[in-house]
Design a protein around this ligand. Structure first.
Ligand SMILES: Nc1ncnc2c1ncn2[C@@H]1O[C@H](COP(=O)(O)OP(=O)(O)OP(=O)(O)O)[C@@H](O)[C@H]1O
Ligand SMILES: Cc1ncc(CO)c(N)n1
Length: 272
């Protein structure tokens, strides 16, 4: 069985962070493991408190996995500060984990900071050059590049700039763009651009979409899939998860991590 590790924060509400990652790994039949960077007291109404782990605690968790179990792919989510980023990058180098997906989580949907602003340069210096895929949303790509991103052309220009930082494959997600009818993600692999467009679903329940999307890419890379196929599957998975409304909580609710498998089972049954 293939194994995937998420190095990320805990979302007590269960929709984002390591909870979203582990649920997604399980749905895709990959053995999920976690190294916690922070505990958040969070629900669908917002982030109420953040308790970062020490860099040492993060290192120890990664070591425990590296020394015994190993990982076929790794993703990072909320890393919170520069010390944790540096520690994580050193561990990734030590274990030679190159199947790395970096989701540069910065701000939660409600506005709470999940990454200290002074840690952005550490992210660029230590982590981006090690990553196989990076998956910023539009505000994150704007912070990393200093650009304003409005059109698909802007996403392509930003992706090119991020590729220049040493990232092999850049996916700029379209969840935050102005288009009311579609959500378009752009992938740049250093040579070609690919666009992944889906119908925009009108809903407030999009908590954890980015975590789930990057966890699918990680699970697929762990199984040996190519980057393009992994992103294609991530787009399909997240569309199904947003569509299948759970209606959990009073605010921005989670998506349904089970929806993709449920839909495929239903399709299989109608085919028989
Ligand atoms: N309303 C929507 N309808 C369809 N697809 C969406 C919608 N919102 C987001 N997506 C898709 O979900 C994925 C995640 O994109 P998004 O830009 O929302 O990530 P994010 O802001 O990092 O998420 P989060 O911070 O909640 O984890 C992308 O594939 C995007 O196209
Ligand atoms: C712990 C955590 N990681 C990532 C996000 C971004 O969705 C969040 N809200 N919480």
């Amino acid at each position: 069985m293939k194994k995937a590790l998420t190095i990320a924060g805990s979302d007590s509400g269960g929709g984002a962070g390591i909870q979203a990652d582990l649920k997604t790994f399980q749905e895709l039949e990959v053995f999920g493991m976690s190294a916690l960077t922070a505990v958040t007291a969070q629900n669908t109404l917002g982030v109420h408190a953040v308790y970062p782990m020490s860099a040492e605690a993060v290192i120890k968790q990664i070591e425990a996995i590296g020394e015994d179990i190993g990982a076929d792919a790794v993703k990072t989510g909320m890393l919170f500060n520069a010390e944790i980023i540096e520690a994580v990058a050193a561990q990734l180098k030590f274990y030679g984990w190159e199947n790395l997906v970096v989701d540069p989580v910065m701000i939660a949907k409600g506005g709470a900071s999940l990454l200290q602003m002074e840690a952005i340069s550490a992210l660029k210096k230590y982590l981006l050059p090690r990553s196989k895929v990076i998956t910023p949303n539009i505000p994150e790509a704007e912070v990393l590049t200093g650009m304003v991103i409005q059109s698909i052309q802007d996403k392509q220009d930003a992706a090119k700039r991020l590729h220049d930082y040493g990232v092999k494959n850049v996916v700029i997600k379209g969840g935050h763009d102005e288009n009311e009818s579609e959500s378009t993600d752009v992938l740049f692999d250093g040579k070609e651009f690919f666009t992944f467009t889906s119908q925009r679903i009108e809903t407030k329940n999009t908590h954890g979409t980015g975590c789930t999307f990057s966890a699918v890419i990680t699970a697929e890379l762990a199984k040996g899939a190519a980057v393009y196929e992994s992103v294609l599957k991530a787009k399909d998975f997240i569309q199904a998860a947003i569509e299948d409304q759970l209606g959990i909580g009073q605010g921005h609710g989670p998506t349904n991590h089970w929806a993709y498998r449920k839909r495929n089972i239903a399709r299989e049954l109608t085919r028989l």
